[in-house]
Structures are given as structure tokens and as C-alpha cells.
Design a protein around this ligand. Structure first.
Ligand SMILES: CC(C)(COP(=O)(O)OP(=O)(O)OC[C@H]1O[C@@H](n2cnc3c(N)ncnc32)[C@H](O)[C@@H]1OP(=O)(O)O)[C@@H](O)C(=O)NCCC(=O)NCCS
Length: 296
């Protein structure tokens, strides 16, 4: 991976300087993401900035034209996201410039990201390898939506005062510890879990995001348990906009999502660098719903 990348870049007629994303007004970042039709609210950018590091390319009057972020998970893993170039300056090298700087900061960590079609050639050229498809399922839950009680048998509300148990299960599924992320989400999330023999074997969180709510992370040991957890979190959500990003192919979870109004809106591809994505195998803790597009 490149060690040094120039600190400024010329994109078309603009001379842009790289700057720490933490120093920029959130309104500028919001303008950038709205420009590529992403749903993030300023509050969502703030959550991401609290969890990670990043770089922006901005002009001399502070307008942001490119961004990229990375999120450390333990000492040896990170996810990359929020890689954006303003449409009017795309294909001039800004995305590659940001990514080279991000990769230098990430060092030797194992890396994961979820790539849109537009970014795929860039990531592959930087050594990332495809691991799977993410189905972005979203929509308005029908008014009066009711969940068959048999679907959620055994699911219980999960108090989020102490995330120790959740963090251990999440780490087993994700392959790296994410206690900071879970602690921050816990401030605004509702959560539920499934226990067997007293041990937590599945959990899901629902929190405000974008146009409404996002469900994730969703960790379970089977597609049926994942469905039960989602069903619980959709109770009373009739009329609300909800999103869930999953790598699960067709099956009980995806079928239920469709019935609940969360239909496939788009797909992205998960790519990794320096190690494969942990597999989802029935009977072991697996990731059935991403914590977020940028967070994997
Ligand atoms: C993806 C994105 C960040 C690329 O930014 P950019 O500044 O245009 O990237 P660059 O100019 O550095 O291009 C990087 C490479 O990708 C290629 N590329 C750029 N846009 C492309 C597109 N729409 N389709 C196919 N290839 C594309 C370029 O040709 C370039 O290849 P090269 O260096 O071998 O010539 C930008 O298109 C964007 O913000 N898209 C909307 C948001 C998004 O999808 N972000 C990615 C999230 S994973």
C-alpha cells in the first residue's frame, strides 16, 4: 500500500487540500452526501465521526468535494466507508487520492468495505477482493402491520445498560471487537435478544438513521432466529421507514422483510483486504444484518 500521497490535489479547476474530517462543519459533509443521494442526516455523520477517522478534500473557502472514513475495530481490523466525490468532480482522481491516504492510515489492518458499482473498479485496483453481495432492504412498514406472535416466541427485550454480553456475541460474528460502536448505538437504540440455556445466542438493534430507522447489527445463529429478532423490532412500526442491509440470500429472513415492506432497493458488494469475511453458518453466531453500510 502507498506510504505517501501528496497533501493537495488538483481536481479539474480546483486546488484541494486534505484535512481531518473531524475539523469540518457537519453541514458541509451533509451537503456532500445529499449530492450523491445518500440518506445520512447530520446526526448520522456525527455518529460516524465519533466512531472513526477520515479525510476530506476541500477548497480554499471550505467547500468539501471528497471524503473518506475508516473505523478501527480492535487493533487489527477496520472498515472503510463514506467514500464520496462530489458528482461534478468525479473521475478526476479524487476518490483514489482519498483512498490512498486512508489505506496509509489503516496500515496493516484487515479491511472490509461495502462497494457501490461506481467504486468497485477503484477498490479492486487497490487490492480488495469480492466476498459477497449485500441486499439493501428498505421501505415503509405497512400501517397496522402485525407480527404473528409465533414468530417472535422466545425473543426478549434487551436492556442496553451493559453491552458486555452483546459485544462478545457481536465479536464472535464480526470477527473483531466493536464495543465502542455498540456502546454508542445503545444510546439511541432499542434492542432484543434470544437466549438458550441462559446464554445469549442472538441480538438485534434498531436505531434512528437516515429517512427513518435502521435495524443492525443483527447477529443470530440461524435465519429463523434472525427473522424472529427483526419481527420483534418491527412491532408497532407500521407507517415507519425502516432499512436493513443483509448478505442473506432468499430465505425466511428475506421473505419476512418483503412482507413487512422492506424490499430490495439496491445491492452493493462486500470487499475485503488482508483476510476473508467470516462466513455465516447455521449453528454459529453470524452477521445477518450489517451495523451500517459504512460499518459493515
Ligand atoms: C465512487 C466515487 C467515490 C469515485 O470517486 P472519483 O473521485 O470519481 O474516483 P477517481 O476519479 O479517483 O476514480 C477512481 C477509479 O475509478 C474509476 N471510476 C470512477 N467512477 C467510476 C464509475 N462511475 N464507474 C466505473 N469506474 C469509475 C475511474 O476511472 C478510476 O480508475 P483509474 O484510476 O484506473 O482511472 C464517486 O463516483 C462517488 O462518490 N460516487 C457516489 C458515492 C459512492 O458510490 N461512493 C462509494 C461508496 S463505496
Amino acid at each position: 500500500m502507498p506510504q505517501t500521497t501528496p497533501r493537495t490535489i488538483r481536481l479539474d479547476a480546483y486546488e484541494l487540500a486534505g484535512q481531518d474530517i473531524a475539523t469540518v462543519d457537519v453541514g458541509r459533509l451533509h451537503e456532500l452526501s445529499v449530492g450523491v443521494r445518500w440518506p445520512h442526516r447530520p446526526a448520522d455523520w456525527d455518529v460516524l465521526r465519533a466512531l472513526g477517522h477520515g479525510i476530506v478534500a476541500l477548497d480554499e473557502i471550505g467547500r468539501v468535494f471528497s471524503s473518506g472514513m475508516w473505523f478501527p475495530h480492535g487493533e487489527s481490523c477496520a472498515t472503510i466507508g463514506m467514500v464520496i466525490t462530489s458528482p461534478r468532480l468525479q473521475t478526476h482522481g479524487g476518490g483514489r487520492w482519498i483512498m490512498e491516504r486512508i489505506l496509509a492510515e489503516c496500515g496493516t489492518r484487515r479491511l472490509l468495505l461495502n462497494s457501490t458499482r461506481a467504486a468497485y473498479p477503484l477498490y479492486v485496483s487497490l487490492g480488495f477482493e469480492p466476498q459477497g453481495t449485500v441486499y439493501q432492504c428498505q421501505g415503509f412498514v405497512p400501517e397496522g402491520f402485525e407480527v404473528d406472535p409465533s414468530l417472535t416466541r422466545g425473543v426478549e427485550p434487551l436492556p442496553l445498560g451493559d453491552i458486555y454480553e452483546i459485544a462478545a456475541l457481536d465479536a464472535a460474528a464480526f470477527g473483531a471487537p466493536r464495543p465502542e460502536l455498540l456502546t454508542l448505538f445503545a444510546q439511541t437504540a432499542e434492542a432484543c435478544g434470544i437466549r438458550r440455556d441462559g446464554q445469549l445466542v442472538g441480538f438485534a438493534m434498531r436505531r434512528p438513521f437516515g429517512r427513518g430507522h435502521v435495524i443492525g447489527p443483527l447477529v443470530a445463529t440461524s435465519d429463523e432466529d434472525a427473522r424472529a429478532l427483526v419481527a420483534e423490532l418491527l412491532k408497532g412500526m407500521g407507517g415507519a421507514f425502516v432499512r436493513l442491509d443483509t448478505r442473506q440470500p432468499a430465505g425466511p429472513l428475506r421473505e419476512f422483510l418483503s412482507k413487512a415492506g422492506l424490499v430490495q432497493f439496491d445491492t452493493v458488494r462486500t470487499l475485503t483486504h488482508g483476510g476473508a469475511l467470516p462466513p455465516v453458518t447455521s449453528g454459529s453466531p453470524g452477521t445477518y444484518g450489517l451495523a451500517g453500510h459504512a460499518l459493515s
